[in-house]
Structure formats: structure tokens, C-alpha cells
Design a protein around this ligand. Structure first.
Ligand code: ADP
Ligand code: MG
Length: 327
């Protein structure tokens, strides 16, 4: 059997079944693993890889921003659990021909982003790569046990919310692939995304979401993870998807399609579900953060599956066709 037949998530499921998670507070299957370090306090850990030619191209991004992004995509997973990120470990596999000045720029960006989030680099590993630059980052953080937000808490009737805007990073990637220039907004969203660290923590402290995930693989795929974990379905209102001014401009010029917002990856926004009696408190938080938190749909019973209602009210079945590394 080829890996492409079971895909990234089929493979992870095989690992999960063999590894077992007995005695661990939360093992494989969420944005972070969680272990109890002392009563009432969980240590969160997550790891993300960035590989040249798969996640980035050095002719499209500079190493400073790559360093920043390596931190943000990891911090995003701690934010998705409602945790406070604290420590980073940096694994690097580097071709011997890469210039030290360029690597210094990578570390400059890495440390600048770490400082933005208040996290510290405290270890890692370095070795030779036969070709591509490989960046492997591990992040650790903490969260009070009762505040941790998982993917499995969504209930039928809950509202589905997303922070910020969707599709900018995927649109930027599409424009890069077409050899087109990027606006500074789109370039920042793709090359230097900001993790919603403070928002994730505030949502957890306020106890508002019933489930949460960060958007790395695409809205439909990541919502699919919440639905699988929670045993529910959902309806998404396409007309409600929050889009940036640059995205809307590209949409009206026919350079972008709504699919980029539905299925494009690397938004690094937070996607969460909210019981309707907590929506008032959420609106308060949105004002406090001066950040759009948009209701894009609601949770349904499992039998309804994942559905998308388009602007004219027609329903389509959503396939969680986000990014899957082996399909
Ligand atoms: P995310 O997109 O939030 O980074 P992933 O989809 O990469 O999450 O991973 C889903 C879950 O599977 C996570 O709990 C992650 O730790 C786990 N996982 C992924 N790859 C492996 C692996 N090779 N071995 C063990 N666990 C893994
Ligand atoms: Mg994640």
C-alpha cells in the first residue's frame, strides 16, 4: 500500500493506534499534546516542520521572515489549545553551502518573533542536510487544566466562529505560482503570519469556546477535524466568510475564487465553536481586541455532515479538501 492511498491523516491514525495514549492527559490527535506537570496545570507540546520545496521556496521568501514564520506556526498550535506559549526548541538541517549570514538572518527573525510572543529558545539540534533546508520547531506552553480547549467539544446548535480573515495566504501562494506581484498585506499574510496567541488565551480564560483549532490546512479540513473529534456536522454560510479588502478586490477581478477561503491553507486564524448563550461575551471580547470574530455557520447533528450554503441559499456538501501531504 502506498502512503498516498491513506494520506497524511490515515497514516497519523495508524501511528496513534500503535502508540497508545494511556496515562497521558491528551496524546496524539489535537493541536498539542498535554501532560499534567502538577495538579491543575498542563504542559502543552507541539511540533511543526517546514521543508524547503514543500513549505517554502528561498526565491520567494527571505530567511528573516522564514525564521519568524517558523515560530508563529508553532505558537499557533498552543494558542489553539488556549495555552500560554513559553519555550521553543529549534531543529535545523542545513546544506553546508548555505551562507552563515543568511542563517543569522533566519535566527534574527526567529528570535524577533519569539520575543513578540514572549517565548524563549532553549534548545534544539543542528545537522547537515544533503539539500533542502529543514526547520523543525517544538513549542511548549502551559494551560490550567480546566481552561484547555480541545477539538472535541462542539455541540449541535453551537455557532461556528473564525478570527480575522480567510484565504489571504492561499491567494498569495497562487499569485506567487503565477509569477504575479503581491501586495504588502498578502505578502505578510503568507510569509509572516501572526499567531492569535493573545486571543487564544483570552478565549480560554473567558471560557467561551466549546471547541477550538487553528487554521493551517484550510477552513473545511480543519473544521472537519473539529467535526470528527466532536461527532457532529456543520453548516457554513459562504456569504459570511470574512475576506480582506485585498482578497475581495482579487475576487471581483476574477483572480481569486471563494475556494481559496474555504480550502486554502496557512491562515493561522482560530476557528472555534460557541454555545449561543456565550455569543454576547464573545462580542465583548471582539471589541476589546478590536478584531473581527465572525460567525460563519453553526454545528449540526453528525448525520447532516459538512454542508456549505452559498449566497443564493443552495446547499452543497463540503469535502474537507484542505492540504494533505500525501494525496
Ligand atoms: P496541526 O495541523 O495542528 O499541526 P497535525 O494535523 O499536523 O496537527 O497533526 C495532528 C495530530 O497528529 C497532532 O496531535 C500531532 O501531534 C500528531 N502527529 C502528526 N504526525 C505525527 C507523527 N509522525 N507521530 C506522532 N504523532 C503525530
Ligand atoms: Mg493546529
Amino acid at each position: 500500500m502506498k502512503l498516498s492511498e491513506i494520506g497524511e491523516f490515515g497514516f497519523i491514525e495508524r501511528i496513534r493506534q500503535r502508540a497508545g495514549g494511556a496515562g497521558v492527559h491528551l496524546a496524539i490527535g489535537d493541536d498539542c499534546a498535554a501532560v499534567e506537570v502538577r495538579a491543575g496545570q498542563l504542559l502543552l507540546t507541539s511540533k511543526d516542520l517546514l521543508i524547503e520545496g514543500v513549505h517554502f521556496r528561498l526565491d520567494w521568501t527571505d530567511l528573516y521572515r522564514l525564521g519568524r514564520k517558523s515560530v508563529s506556526v508553532n505558537v499557533s498550535d498552543v494558542a489553539a489549545m488556549g495555552g500560554n506559549p513559553e519555550y521553543l526548541f529549534l531543529g535545523l538541517a542545513v546544506a553546508p553551502t548555505l551562507r552563515v549570514e543568511d542563517l543569522d538572518a533566519f535566527i534574527d527573525g526567529f528570535l524577533a518573533a519569539a520575543s513578540d510572543y514572549g517565548v524563549r529558545l532553549i534548545g534544539g539540534d543542528t545537522c547537515r542536510s544533503p539539500g533542502p533546508l529543514i526547520v523543525s520547531v517544538t513549542v511548549q506552553g502551559k494551560v490550567p487544566t480546566e481552561q484547555m480547549l480541545r477539538r472535541n467539544g462542539a455541540c449541535s446548535g453551537d455557532a461556528v466562529y473564525v478570527s480575522g480573515t480567510l484565504g489571504d495566504s492561499a491567494l498569495a501562494l497562487q499569485l506567487l505560482q503565477q509569477g504575479q506581484p503581491l501586495s504588502s498585506h498578502l505578502a505578510a499574510r503568507h510569509h509572516d503570519p501572526r499567531a492569535r496567541a493573545e486571543l487564544g488565551r483570552a478565549l480560554a480564560v473567558a471560557g467561551i469556546p466549546s471547541a477550538m483549532i487553528d487554521l493551517s490546512d484550510g477552513l473545511l479540513a480543519d473544521l472537519g477535524h473539529i467535526l470528527d473529534a466532536s461527532g457532529t456536522g456543520a453548516t457554513i454560510e459562504a456569504a459570511a466568510l470574512p475576506l480582506s479588502a485585498d482578497f475581495q478586490a482579487a475576487l471581483s477581478l476574477g483572480q481569486a475564487s471563494l475556494d481559496l477561503a474555504l480550502a486554502g491553507g496557512e491562515d493561522y486564524e482560530l476557528l472555534f465553536t460557541v454555545p449561543v448563550n456565550r455569543e454576547d461575551r464573545l462580542r465583548e471580547l471582539s471589541r476589546q481586541f478590536n478584531l473581527d470574530l465572525t460567525r460563519i455557520g453553526h454545528i449540526d447533528p453528525a448525520a447532516d455532515g459538512l454542508r456549505i450554503r452559498n449566497g443564493s441559499g443552495q446547499m452543497a456538501t463540503g469535502s474537507p479538501k484542505g492540504y494533505n501531504h500525501f494525496s
